[in-house]
Design a protein around this ligand. Sequence first.
Ligand SMILES: Cc1ncc(COP(=O)(O)O)c(C=O)c1O
Length: 364
Amino acid sequence: MPAKKQTNKLKHVPRGAPRPRAAVLNMAPYSPPTGNRAGNLRLDFNENTVGCSPRIIEFLKQQLTPERLSIYPDYATVRPTLAEFFRVDPAQLLLTNGTDEAIQVLINTYIDDNDEVLLLHPSYAMYRFYAEVAAANIREINYREGSLEFPLEELLAAISPSTRAVLIANPNNPTGTAVPLAGIERILKRARKAAVLIDEAYYEFCGITALGLIPDHPNLYVSRTFSKIYGMAAMRLGCLFSQSANVAFLHKAQSPYSVNALAALAAQEAIRDTAYVENYVTEALAARELLCVGLEKMRIDYIPSQANFVLMRIGKRSIEIRDRLREKQVLVRDRSYEIAGCVRVTVGTREQARRFLAALGEIL
Ligand SMILES: Cc1ncc(COP(=O)(O)O)c(C=O)c1O
């Protein structure tokens, strides 16, 4: 869960110590603001703000035995169970340690030094992170100025035969804007030599999925996560989907036990409790509406969102407002380092949105 990059690049190698690869030396370290978040109103990481389904906890308690913990994970049950839920063939699914590992495995499978990777800006920071570790040649296309809409024509124009990967969050974090399926199909047709990742971490709030395009597009990879709507961010579980021949290669580049057995167990109960997820989507969408109306009343500009967060244009006081909200135990994410004056707020329940608006109103 990366945050803003630090300007200090941490380049000093102690005398006598091995010298890291140039790609690592040249990277800025990431420092996620993860400390002391529990107990606050957590509107800063786009998590499920009320926690996972209680049924998952009960299920884990029932299933946990000393023997179970002593055995290496076995995915024989979870893989077909999740494949059925996502309506794909088990051979089209790779279980991953969160979406982050899905991105890493994809890059490790397809990207050599100096290979061209196309990213959008601003977007989820881990695309750049893994591409940098791999010493890729990174090119970034900006989301459209002002509206922060998906820059489809600009991206299509940037794709060339040397493009080896295109990494897209749909809807995007932190803009909340999305690209429709027709746009994704155009990208897939243009980027035939590239692995195209559509990261659907916020799918449930938006309803657009590229999963159905997999049979027709051998260059398509789709990821989903249990970190957001399912409230299982601590478990680290994601899924990466593609045609089975691709998944076989991804599998070769992945360590065999990267998904822990508790996460694999928890996911099976998570997908059984469909009511929990449906209710949360309904509540979060109502909260998003309430929040946007509240922002309009306060004359705060925002980007219309298709996800469980909203990017607000707060202006010059963005960092101060984030800090003053924190004093009131309301956590939000400053994004002004990538889009001037912008702060991102997660939506959860209407009650939480009211609390956030009240706190913001006291500060403004
Ligand atoms: C677009 C996007 N993808 C993936 C993730 C993280 O997913 P995971 O927890 O599954 O690694 C995030 C989290 O903020 C995100 O915004």
